[in-house]
Design a protein around this ligand. Structure first.
Ligand SMILES: [Zn+2]
Length: 347
């Protein structure tokens, strides 16, 4: 007979995730809440159960409803893989914070949307190790699954939302990261999309993130290149675009940019990758783009795409008579934070 059998192992609560999402260290939360760091550490790892009084104190210090802290930490698919597209090295603490924020976003979205969102139509298609299917093959397949023809991709955000992917656009607090996605088993993919990048880059980023979600349940050596290859084919299908890339020039790149909704740089790379543009042409056009200052600041603005699914659901619930407080509570958020993050700040 074991003595351990009599001890109930306390459930691990969401405390650590919420603290990290708030950008706080354990010692900062300890100062704020008056709960010792040693105890915080035990509560976060689930070694010690939390009592209702401390739970209330911690929730107040973190400015979240008590309800959020009582969620079991394994409820949000801790095993899900998170990818992010970095422009340069993002500090680890910032990456962890965004990861925690994305975990909480899954909970929030589930609470807000319930079963009101379109059914998930995006299949997982792990990239086979034998190379039998290439990222381009999978990109074609996903276009088909989403009912997109072979022409230019119209509104990408809309297409993804229609397929049950949740896109949340918000400031990510760093220009070093454009987007982050996670797709835990049995849930829908959620993308956090930064709002600082120009629309053409944002679209490419989104396609790149979807590539990870679809192909990379397990990280691979070449995952970044593979995701870029998927994104290129997804946004610029070889079959349709090849002829249009013939005889590229800077004015022609500027003309094609709004048609395909991708940057001039991406179009030029596509020309080279498809063998339509020679290495020499590619180099000389790149020099031209540099001289014109277009490497850092491209002309021709693409209209920015905004997600609409969450707004529509929130409006539907408000119209049906629910209050902002009700919806916030279902998302396990304070009304203030809910308004700020999901209603553009105006209540
Ligand atoms: Zn990536």
């Amino acid at each position: 007979m074991s003595l351990l059998g009599a001890i109930e192992v306390p459930r691990k609560i969401l405390l650590g995730t919420v603290r990290i999402a708030r950008g706080l260290t354990q010692s900062e939360l300890s100062r704020r809440s008056g709960v010792s760091q040693a105890l915080l550490s035990k509560l976060e790892s689930g070694v010690v159960p939390v009592d209702p009084e401390r739970l209330a104190v911690l929730a107040a210090a973190l400015d979240v409803p008590v309800d959020l802290l009582t969620v079991a930490s394994d409820e949000i698919g801790a095993s899900s893989y998170v990818f992010h597209r970095k422009r340069s090295t993002l500090p680890v603490s910032k990456a962890n914070q965004l990861r925690a924020e994305l975990d909480l976003t899954h909970l929030q979205v589930d609470g807000i949307v319930g079963d009101r969102s379109p059914k998930l139509q995006l299949p997982r298609r792990p990239l086979p190790e034998d190379g039998f299917d290439s990222p381009e093959d999978i990109a074609k397949e996903i276009r088909q699954a989403l009912g997109i023809g072979e022409g230019p991709m119209g509104r990408l955000v809309q297409a993804l939302e229609g397929a049950g992917v949740v896109v949340v656009s918000r400031p990510l607090g760093s220009t070093k990261i454009d987007a982050m996605v996670s797709w835990p088993d049995g849930r829908r993919p959620v993308v956090l999309l930064g709002d600082h990048a120009p629309a053409d880059r944002q679209r490419f980023t989104l396609a790149h993130e979807m590539a990870h979600a679809v192909m990379h349940q397990i990280p691979t050596e070449d995952q970044e290149t593979e995701a870029d290859r998927f994104a290129s084919e997804f946004l610029m299908p070889a079959r349709t675009i090849r002829a249009q890339l013939d005889g590229l020039s800077v004015p022609k790149l500027a003309r094609l940019k709004p048609v395909w909704g991708v940057s001039m740089a991406a179009l030029l790379r596509r020309g080279r990758d498809l063998g339509v543009t020679s290495e020499a042409q590619y180099r000389s056009l790149n020099i031209e783009l540099s001289r014109a200052g277009y490497r850092t600041n491209e002309p021709v603005e693409i209209p920015r795409e905004s997600p609409t699914m969450l707004d529509a659901v929130i409006n539907e619930r408000l119209t049906a008579g629910e209050s902002i407080a009700d919806i916030a509570a279902s998302a396990r958020m304070t009304a203030r934070e809910f308004t700020e993050l999901y209603m553009g700040g105006d209540a």
